[in-house]
Design a protein around this ligand. Structure first.
Ligand SMILES: [Zn+2]
Length: 160
């Protein structure tokens, strides 16, 4: 790091401290040219996850939007709101691994898949309100599949 006083490129780190929330590291450095001390901050570079819509427009992934969509789909269902946050975080992480850009229908599909593991009825609802599928056939197949498995579950004989 170039010394702000004398311009020397030689310094040594004399102290290194992590911020309380762990998102940055503060380093005290001593210039080897003029002995002055200065501070640098190190922070994770945040790469935005972009959602590509059918129109070709891009918008940043909005976790709050996903959570509110999930909240609507799980209304009255035995699902904890904290589970929705967790599910959304897991989906975002998965999409980031594929990102930095993902298609909007991939987002819907990833959420749907995750929701299916949580609550089948809510997944059917979500599928029926989620209009972002690029391919209508996919959407219908998904819905039929979900409805089918929900029916099987509902008609399963009770075990005593
Ligand atoms: Zn210096």
């Amino acid at each position: 790091m170039r010394c702000p006083v004398c311009g020397s490129f030689d310094d040594k780190v004399v102290d290194s401290r992590q911020s309380e929330d762990g998102t940055s590291i503060r380093r005290r450095r001593a210039c080897l040219g003029c002995q002055r001390r200065f501070t640098t901050f190190e922070r994770l570079e945040e790469v935005p996850l972009l959602v590509v819509k059918r129109s070709g427009d891009r918008e940043p992934f909005d976790a709050a939007k996903v959570v509110s969509g999930l909240a609507a789909a799980t209304k009255g269902r035995p699902v904890d709101p904290a589970q929705l946050e967790e599910l959304t975080a897991a989906v975002e992480e998965r999409l980031r691994a594929e990102g930095p850009e993902v298609a909007s229908n991939e987002v819907g599909r990833a959420v749907l898949e995750a929701l299916r593991g949580l609550d089948v009825v809510a997944a059917v609802r979500f599928a029926s309100v989620y209009k972002e599928f690029d391919d209508l056939a996919d959407f219908e197949r998904e819905l039929t599949e979900l409805t089918h498995s929900a029916l099987i579950k509902a008609t399963e004989p009770k075990r005593h």
